[in-house]
Design a protein around this ligand. Structure first.
Ligand code: ARG
Length: 587
């Protein structure tokens, strides 16, 4: 059990003994560390509710505490806060328990949930760009976070592979190569095994056809028809779709691997294609889905709505399905598969879409009340001028190019700081890649996900301040401390009561890990972790400056410090790993 939970339990017992609900016993870190380490504020509200005097209640709680030996001081402050400082022995015991625990003191969640994180969401036939980057970085981190917290989690890429863009790409290819068998409705032979296009071809074709459809209604109509035919199983189109799909996935697997993003499920909109018609039928029979101008819609507005809430579209007037249909059907499948919580890590601009889908899902009983559905929204990445990030030429930046930019910037920083200069080229390249990616991810994740942020490569790649490279370097340095200690024949031993302020400060910080993880999960926000990781690294530096481990004469103290170093490394590695950031072996 974590230290805070242990204290909360003890205070809960004392409140209960004083005739108050035990939840009043919640103990939290002190807001004024110069006065005490922890505080319990429950007496104020509880006394008010019970019509009692808060200071008297607080006193009764203190009188009711058992095991007084673990407290160094307890006092009542102001109107009835309880300030708590524990003994160094109690701190050491908790730190030792954390060091011995494989999960660093992170308990089992209650209840344990089966969670699916829907993130990345690239669209088939288009190379990924920075727009998908945030979804990938934040989604990957949330997936890892829920896993670290002990939940059962799957990450699903939910590729955009079943809508109008595919129809558009079908008619565009037909314009270039009308003789391909895919376009011949009467063709009965075998379709070619090799794709007639590469992903680059598709990426070039796409904007062209989008533009044409915008300006020429007949073209838009043809694309719509092609989409409809594809969705209704026209064999040539399905065969072509398969090629588009395969070339896209092959490229995306490479992109995501380079980013360190791993999906458990490579599903997409097309996955639920067989569910679409039955779902629409079911909702129509239930009277929930109704016809409107030839389309089929679900009314999702509520009396309490302050802004307009348009109906959710299930089919267009020609019977073709939409993004909303596939999302609703996907939710149906996910609930059937037993997921309790679905997180959609998607751009904030899709807020209305998700609100409509969630409401329809509740109305239709697709996702009954206990199932959680959340749009875990995020803001945009802006360039230095404050508008969405682009290349110098004004185009959208491709992910692969972005990776090169960050790696080059990291390499320049390493050279400047004379880090890793005499390592083999291959290792230096790997470190530059790791540091570049670390800079990028930390730079992104350290902003609250809902805020827009400015892509500031200079700041992100700095080895000073709240950056990925600072933390990576910190962790590498700790590894080297442990290595040197090992070479000197020193081994870690039991953690004993701290005597130095900086040592105590580090222990207090490390012991917060379980609650930090809980809080990050609660608010679905990795920036809680970036903040804490920075504090851990900074507290470690203070400790290391104050406590000269290798020169320490008392072997018991020295061994204890080494365990503390080891624990710090484990905590930092766990945090960085949860952020999706790798730590090089040496630097
Ligand atoms: N493909 C979509 C896009 O690029 C994102 C998909 C998000 N996930 C979802 N279930 N709608 O905008």
């Amino acid at each position: 059990m974590s230290l805070l939970k242990d204290l909360s339990q003890r205070f809960g017992d004392a409140f209960e003994a004083a005739g108050i609900d035990r939840s009043a016993g919640l103990v939290v870190p002190s807001q004024r560390p110069e006065l005490a380490q922890y505080q319990c504020n429950g007496a104020l509200a509880a006394a008010k509710r019970a019509g009692r005097n808060p200071r008297d209640l607080a006193q009764a709680v203190l009188d009711g505490l058992t095991d007084r030996g673990i407290y160094a001081s307890l006092d009542i402050a102001g109107p009835g806060f309880i300030n708590i400082t524990v003994t160094d022995e109690y701190l050491a015991g908790n730190a030792q328990a954390m060091e011995e625990d494989a999960r660093c003191g992170i308990g089992a969640p209650d209840p344990k949930l089966k969670v699916i994180v829907d993130y990345g969401g690239p669209n088939m036939s288009k190379s990924m760009h920075v727009g998908h980057l945030r979804a990938s970085i934040i989604g990957e981190s949330l997936k890892r976070l829920f896993r670290v917290a002990g939940h059962e989690v799957d990450g699903d890429i939910h590729m955009g592979d079943w809508g109008m863009p595919i129809g558009q790409l079908i008619i565009e290819l037909e314009r270039h190569q009308p003789d391909l068998p895919y376009f011949d409705a009467d063709f009965t032979g075998q379709y070619p095994e090799d794709s007639p296009v590469t992903l680059d071809d598709l990426s070039e074709m796409y904007p062209v056809v989008v533009d044409r459809c915008k300006n020429e209604p007949e073209e838009a109509e043809r694309a719509r028809q092609a989409t409809f035919d594809l969705q209704n199983g026209r064999p040539g189109y399905l065969a072509l779709w398969r090629h588009y799909h395969d070339v896209s996935v092959a490229e995306q697997k490479k992109d995501f691997a380079a980013l360190g993003v791993e999906f458990d499920l490579w599903r997409g909109e097309s996955t639920v294609h067989d569910r679409l018609a039955p779902l629409v039928d079911r909702l129509t029979e239930d009277g929930l889905a109704v016809e409107s101008d030839g389309a089929i819609v679900v009314q999702v507005e509520k009396d309490s709505d302050k802004t307009e809430m348009p109906p959710l579209l299930l089919t267009r007037s020609d019977g073709s399905y939409l993004y909303s249909t596939t999302d609703l059907a996907t939710l149906d499948q996910r609930v059937e598969e037993g997921y309790d919580l679905v997180l959609y890590v998607v751009d904030a601009r899709q807020g209305l879409h998700f609100e409509q889908v969630f409401r329809a899902a509740r109305l239709a009983g697709i996702a009954p009340e206990p199932v959680g559905m959340e749009h875990t929204a995020f803001g945009t990445v802006n360039g230095p001028d404050g508008t969405p990030f682009k290349t110098r030429e004004g185009g959208v930046l491709r992910l692969a190019d972005l990776m090169k930019i960050v790696t080059d910037a990291a390499r320049a920083r390493l050279d400047e700081a004379e880090i890793a200069q005499d390592y083999p080229d291959e290792e230096r390249d790997r470190i530059a890649r790791q540091v570049g990616l670390g800079a990028l991810k930390f730079g992104d994740l350290s902003n609250h996900r809902t805020s827009n942020y400015i892509f500031d490569l200079d700041r992100f790649t700095s080895f000073e301040g709240k950056t990925g490279p600072y933390l990576q370097y910190g962790a590498v340095r700790i590894k080297s401390i442990l290595r040197r200690a090992g070479e000197a024949g020193l081994t870690p031993g039991p953690i004993v009561a701290p005597t130095v302020d900086q040592e105590r400060g580090l222990i207090l910080r490390l012991l917060l890990l379980p609650e930090v993880i809980e809080r990050a999960v609660d608010v679905r926000a990795p920036n809680v972790l970036t903040e804490y990781a920075y504090e851990v690294a900074t507290d470690f530096n203070r400790f290391y400056e104050a406590c000269h481990i290798l020169r320490e004469e008392d072997p018991i103290r020295q061994a204890s410090w080494l365990s503390l170093v080891d624990l710090t490394l484990r905590v930092l590695t766990l945090l960085l790993d949860t952020l999706g950031i790798e730590v090089p072996e040496r630097m």
